[in-house]
Structures are given as structure tokens and as C-alpha cells.
Design a protein around this ligand. Structure first.
Ligand code: ATP
Ligand code: MG
Length: 200
């Protein structure tokens, strides 16, 4: 049986992707080359639920379960603002942008998580933490060099980058490659008054 790596995410509009790409270029020029794997413009997204390896025949059922729950949620706006680091500024691994209001997107993620639970996926054991990953610190960066990377990120706090209208959610397939992942949309599921999804 064929398996595929999948996740459920919200797409980012081209205009906001441009702004985030500019920020990434600006920050990337200030950290040692190769110390961070920056997310490619085309790959920028907001993850709601990581599904991992699934049997490819399950994609249809996932789409239907999402349709049922998301069709009852009205589209809403989110603001992308600020930058931060997981797990901490002392030992950063993930560089992210903040998402506000956290409550609305957390609710959407919880509904998606519930819908996936109904299909037998494990519920999240940690509370959803809304963020948009823009970079991952390379494993080969020495621990002593980590705080300096965090300092550059925090020094370039972006303030408000812009608003995104959440009117659809996308089921993605992810193919991991040494040069970086390739994401392929498998299904777009509209919220209550959603229109066509944003072009990538
Ligand atoms: P790479 O793993 O090569 O760095 P990636 O993380 O972008 O690439 P995936 O690992 O397939 O690609 O992840 C797809 C999305 O799901 C990303 O947004 C990632 O942050 C998120 N994700 C991956 N693993 C998990 C996990 N265990 N829990 C929560 N989210 C995850
Ligand atoms: Mg990953």
C-alpha cells in the first residue's frame, strides 16, 4: 500500500509571501551562511495539523471529514506579526512569525484535530501554538553560536507584516528531499463563506 507524508495547512497570499521573503532575505544576510535553512517562498504556510505518513487512499476520507467541519466555520482574518524562536532564544531551532488573534486560529486547529480524531488520528498532546515557520537552524551549528542567531532574529522584529483571510484549508502531501521539501496540494476545503483559494 502506497503511503504519503501529509499535513493540513492554511495558505499565505502571494502579497504576504513577498513581504515575508523580503524579511527572510534581510535576516538571512545577517547570520552565517548555511546556519539556517530558510523556508522557500513557495513553501510558506501555516500548519494546522501534521498527519505524518498515511495510506494514500485515505486522502479522500480526510477531505470529506474536513468538508463536514469547516463548512460550518465562517472565514476570518488573521494578522501576521512579530518573530520568535522555539524552543527558546538560548537554543533556537525554529524561527517563526506570530499569528494573531491566537484564539481564532487555535479554534480552527482544534476543529481540524477533532475531525482527524474521528478518522483515528492521534489527538495533539500539546496545545496548538500558532506560528508560521520561516527557518530551521541547521543541526551542525554549534550551541555557542545559537544565541547570536536568535539575537539577529529578535533585532529584526517585523511588527505587523499583514493580514491573511482564512477562507480555505489545504491538505498537502510533503515529499522530503535533501534540497528541501516539495509540497503538493491534494485538496482545498472551503470555510463557510470561502471563495477560491489564493494562488500559490
Ligand atoms: P523538513 O522536515 O525537510 O525540514 P518540513 O518540516 O517543511 O521540511 P515536513 O517535515 O513534511 O516538511 O512538515 C510539513 C509541515 O508539518 C511543516 O509545517 C512542519 O513544521 C510540520 N510538522 C512536521 N512534523 C511535525 C510534527 N511532528 N508535529 C507538528 N508539526 C509538524
Ligand atoms: Mg519537518
Amino acid at each position: 500500500m502506497q503511503t504519503i507524508r501529509c499535513f493540513i495547512a492554511v495558505d499565505i497570499s502571494p502579497e504576504i509571501k513577498d513581504r515575508i521573503s523580503s524579511l527572510i532575505s534581510h535576516v538571512a544576510s545577517q547570520v552565517p551562511r548555511g546556519s539556517v535553512r530558510w523556508v522557500e517562498r513557495v513553501n510558506l504556510h501555516l500548519t494546522l495539523k501534521f498527519l505524518g505518513e498515511i495510506q494514500s487512499v485515505r486522502a479522500n476520507g480526510i477531505q470529506k471529514a474536513l468538508d463536514l467541519v469547516l463548512g460550518a466555520i465562517p472565514a476570518f482574518d488573521l494578522s501576521i506579526a512579530g518573530a520568535g524562536l522555539f524552543p527558546s532564544a538560548r537554543k533556537p531551532r525554529i524561527i517563526w512569525l506570530g499569528i494573531l488573534p491566537a484564539h481564532d486560529v487555535s479554534l480552527l486547529a482544534a476543529k481540524v484535530d477533532n475531525a482527524m480524531q474521528s478518522l483515528g488520528f492521534e489527538p495533539e498532546d500539546r496545545p496548538f501554538s500558532p506560528h508560521l515557520t520561516i527557518g530551521r537552524v541547521s543541526r551542525d551549528v554549534s550551541e555557542s553560536a545559537l544565541p547570536a542567531i536568535a539575537e539577529v532574529v529578535l533585532k529584526n522584529q517585523p511588527g505587523e507584516i499583514g493580514m491573511i483571510r482564512i477562507q480555505a484549508v489545504t491538505l498537502y502531501r510533503s515529499d522530503l528531499r535533501p534540497q528541501g521539501p516539495i509540497y503538493t496540494p491534494l485538496a482545498h476545503v472551503q470555510l463557510a463563506d470561502g471563495k477560491s483559494p489564493n494562488p500559490c
